[in-house]
Design a protein around this ligand. Sequence first.
Ligand code: TRP
Length: 328
Amino acid sequence: MRNKVILTGDSPTGNLHIGHYFGSIKKRIKYQKKNKLFIIIADNQAFSNKRSISSINRNVLSIVIEYLAIGIKARYSNIFLQSKIPELSVFNTIFLNFVNYNFLLKNPTIKNEISIKKNDKNLGFVTYPVSQAADILSFKADYTIVGKDQTSIIEQVNIIANRINRFFDFSFFKKCKIIKGRKDIILGIYGRNKMSKSLNNSIDFRMNREFLSKTVRKIFTDPNRIHKNQKGNHKNNMVFKYLSLLNYFDIDNLKKKYSKGYISDLSVKKILEEELFFFINPIRKKILEYEKNLDYILEVIKNGTKVSRNLVIKTLESFKNKIGFNFF
Ligand code: TRP
């Protein structure tokens, strides 16, 4: 894949974790060099969770630091701030006229987020798929890279694009294809919900050894295994799920030993802790380095926002001209 416009991003609501990495960021790194990658930090969206503005602002800086530490390169990609492109809100306002309230509430991701995160149904939150349509369509993005939980949102984005195209009888907006980070949702350490900062079930890149070790100890394994010599079930066992994500070289052998009762939960957790540390620690160190250079981080965001805004302004101009919505 070459020269495609890819629009992807995150809401700045907390630290990045391995779910973000395997769900989306890994693919962003893969495609950044040969394509036009735009990464949105959706701070307007974050506000729909009614977090304090100061925490959102802090998270903006920390997420950009984490992107760079994980391997997003500022020279290949444009990282930009949603709230600093007001034209996105203009698109959002126009798009809202094409969307029915019940259509939004039907969205399984929205439903789920309302129930597990106890989000109130404020309109900013319920309509975030519309604002996401504004984000994606104003870049005329060919692709987006999202985790599985976001695919139903992108489907709605495409439905909205199609409705607008039909209303005006043109093909101004194009269908945005999804690049999935993975087929499955990456679950949190208790194996019940998706990995998510707000559910306190994540393995974050900022974890030091001690914190990592504590977290690994809490991971859900086989609930029926009470004694270490007992046969264990490695299926639906989060320790094995994570080892397989990390491509642990000896996983087949380990599964065999575990199912025969030859290895304790404690020992497999030790192996996982070691593997995770090996993966996370170099990134954590880079995070700490970038943290000392916030001026540079701000520069990256400003540059990315400038390039991105110019593009959105162009799309908005040409959209308004096409539909004749330019009184003077
Ligand atoms: N909704 C995404 C999330 O919660 C963030 C986001 C906003 C996004 N606009 C986007 C992702 C456009 C991809 C494309 O993480």
